[in-house]
Write a protein that binds this ligand. Structure first.
Ligand code: ADP
Ligand code: MG
Length: 692
């Protein structure tokens, strides 16, 4: 009797999965039978038309299948070792060669059936240098014919569990697994979106006839994945906006008008628009849950200040939280200057204050004489009591965990929350990562601010670059030198921060070279940063730890070593640390490339628009990686791809919002299964529905 398959049963109950294979599968995250069904191929090999070996002509692009009859590893005169095999089928033989891959000798054996694709060339006869290869079967499997005439899925595999075994398992149980799956997407929605039914989609991804069919299947699965996420995010947003004690600020135009009158410059159009959006939120009875996103230097601080003043006008306190003491103090200084004409002084609360002083300030906060408060996470401590907190601004919000943000929200009744982010991201990513927030964007930079000119230089220009850095530093224009690693290691030949600092110090006896990196005690790091800020250190060698938002107006130059080691968005973030002077001086960001200059760096040099760079960055990385999903315990986007699936994302969001509008708790019989599926994918999301 064949037991019926349930998707939630342990995968080891499936025929062909023993203890050992179950262990291997678990390493791939496959625990249940359903996990196996959702273990999707990461690529496909197009074997839909197989060329007989004898007919693979020189210059032709082919896919061939044959049995390995001999294999060899041969050295060449250049010291390169070549792995080669001879394949045989009914029509004849063909030689395949993999230059520089002698290690294949360990995985490819005589007797195996191999699928190879690539272009046939002429090298002492016809030869194929396979672009891709796949072991289809061993001598004894009698599996030689597998895969002919179709598109072959290739699965993510792990040590001790080859993709071939995984493919075999899926193949074997596919019908039963699909039979156990339930399609929750209503047929009407499916038709409107032009997506296949679930069973059809699953069959298409695991057993496609064509690449196009596999892609259509993937899109359907991606839609489900995006829908689950959007349902959670939309629900979170709904709750955040509605749990509020009906507080609505009024625009009294007192402090806010005074600030407008005393600013040394006009606000940019983007700043005005953002302030308007924020005020609309704060004046509505729903609670504000907004993200203000803009590149470094676009002027987020002053926008946040307007929001804080609106709270103050309404007899509430406002607090600004920054991720480090340095940033908190810097903010306090900036705000103090802007607020001087209004007769308001910000009160700073950080961990490093002397305890008597800390006590005094906590007292002021509790009594309400401290109205505008700036600090680090010290603001969140249990013993810090607020008199009447109305607004919280969280700078560099990604540096704080969800728990910390939540702790703040507990400090006041129906608090408004404004988060700041200096990392512009494309809309698709924003809707996914911050789908629970409203978003305001600062795109343009205020005029008259420093300009950053980016150039890419090759190895021949190194000397010249260092001379430039020194000449500038002697004239008081300091520089950052950024490196990808802290210390040299045998595994890479990357230049490292520690040795670079020594080298540069030895080179310039008249300049002080400082060093900051992530393995340093933070007090020491702050000390060096302070020396840099006051001008004592002329050149600061650093890893990427230099804080986002650190403002050293005299630092106008930056050299980045091994720029190819960094993502485009990261490079853009880094260069945001310069060009912060107000005298309109030109700052220079020099990317010191080790070899030929890649196009991506040229593209970066051409534009300063953070949102455009974010799009380029997204294009060169995997969406899931960008979300940093797994480690943040949050979002799981494995099947969807961007920008290709943007439409699907928008549709998923629309459908989620529509359903929640009709049925906010998703408890109607036709909605409950959708809710359960989303909660199964995002267990922490259960809370969102329990609260409702
Ligand atoms: P961000 O926090 O977005 O990186 P800041 O708020 O630190 O940017 O602003 C960068 C600099 O620009 C600050 O020195 C600020 O005083 C200045 N600034 C802000 N808004 C304007 C404006 N509208 N016109 C001119 N300068 C401005
Ligand atoms: Mg800032």
């Amino acid at each position: 009797m064949v037991p019926t398959i349930r998707l939630n049963m342990p995968v080891k109950f499936l025929k062909g999965v023993g203890e050992r294979r179950a262990e291997g599968l678990e390493r791939l995250g496959i625990v249940t039978a359903g996990d196996l069904l959702w273990h999707l191929p990461h690529r496909y090999l197009d074997a839909s038309s197989i060329t007989p070996l004898a007919r693979a002509g020189v210059g032709q692009e082919v896919a061939c299948i044959g049995k390995v009859v001999t294999k060899a590893v041969t050295p060449t005169r250049k010291g390169l070792r070549i792995f080669s095999v001879v394949l045989r089928d009914d029509s004849g033989v063909l030689e395949c060669a993999w230059p520089g891959q002698p290690f294949l000798d360990r995985t490819i054996e005589v007797g195996q059936t191999l699928l190879v694709t690539g272009q046939v060339r002429f090298y002492h006869g016809r030869q194929l240098a396979p672009r891709e290869h796949l072991v289809l079967g061993d001598d004894d499997d009698g599996e030689g014919g597998v895969g002919v005439g179709r598109v072959l899925p290739v699965y993510p595999a792990t040590a001790g569990l080859s993709h071939k075994v995984i493919r075999g398992l899926i193949e074997r149980h596919l019908d039963a697994l699909i039979g156990a799956s339930v399609d929750l997407l209503p047929a009407s929605a499916r038709q409107r979106l032009g997506l296949p039914a679930l069973a059809e989609a699953l069959r298409a991804v695991h057993h496609p006839q064509t690449i196009e069919e596999a892609e259509r299947g993937r899109q359907r699965l991606a839609f489900d994945e995006l829908f689950d996420l959007q349902l959670m995010l939309s629900r979170a947003r709904l709750l955040a906006r509605h749990t509020r004690a009906g507080k609505a600020f009024q625009n009294r135009k007192e402090l806010t008008s005074q600030l407008k009158g005393s600013l040394p410059w006009p606000l940019t159009t983007d700043q005005r628009k953002a302030i308007k959006e924020i005020y609309a939120d704060m004046m509505a009875s729903e609670r504000m849950h907004r993200l203000l996103m803009g590149d470094v230097g676009t002027g987020k601080t002053v926008v946040a200040l307007f929001a804080m003043l609106l709270a103050l006008e309404n007899d509430y306190q406002a607090a600004l939280m920054a991720p480090t003491e340095l940033l908190a103090e810097q903010h306090a200084a900036t705000l103090a200057t802007l607020l001087a004409p209004l007769g308001i002084a910000p009160v700073v609360l950080t961990g490093r204050l002397a305890s008597a002083e800390k006590g005094t300030r906590q007292q002021q906060i509790a009594e309400g004489s401290a109205r505008l408060i700036v600090g680090t996470h010290a603001l969140l401590q249990e013993r810090v009591k607020y008199h009447r907190l109305g607004l919280v601004v969280i700078d560099e919000q990604h540096r704080f965990g969800v728990e910390q943000r939540a702790a703040f929200i507990g400090k006041g009744d129906g608090l408004d929350v404004l988060m700041l982010s200096a990392t512009p991201i494309p809309r698709t990513l924003a809707l996914t990562r911050y789908g629970d927030l409203d978003i305001s964007v600062l795109r343009e930079r205020p005029p008259g601010r420093g300009i950053v000119k980016t150039t890419v230089r090759g190895p021949k220009s190194r000397e010249q670059v260092w001379d430039f850095v020194a000449t500038e530093a002697r004239a008081g224009r300091q520089a950052y030198v950024v490196l990808p690693v802290i210390e040299e290691s045998e595994r890479t030949d990357l230049r490292a921060a520690v040795t670079m600092a020594e080298t540069l110090q030895a080179r310039w006896s008249d300049l002080q070279v400082g060093l900051v990196h992530g393995k340093m005690p933070s007090a020491e790091r702050d000390r060096v940063m302070e020396e840099f800020r006051c001008g004592k250190v002329g050149v600061l060698v650093a890893t990427t730890v230099i804080e986002v938002g650190v403002d050293v107006p005299n630092a106008t130059n930056m050299v980045i070593e091994h720029p190819d080691r960094f993502g485009l968005a990261q490079l853009h973030q880094l260069r945001g640390r310069i060009g912060r002077g107000s005298d309109g001086a030109i700052s220079h960001c020099i990317l010191l490339s080790a070899g030929r200059i890649p196009d991506r760096l040229k593209a970066l040099a051409r534009t300063t628009d953070g949102f455009k760079i974010a799009e380029l960055d997204l294009a060169e990385r995997r969406f899931g990686d960008l979300l940093g999903a797994r480690q943040s315990g949050g979002i799981e986007v494995r099947t969807a791809r961007f920008p290709e699936d943007t439409e699907l994302l928008l549709e998923a969001r629309k459908m989620a919002a529509g359903l929640l509008h009709e049925d906010p708790t998703m408890t109607r019989a036709e909605h409950l299964p959708l809710r359960d599926r989303a909660v199964a994918r995002y267990p922490r999301g259960e809370l969102l529905f329990r609260l409702g």
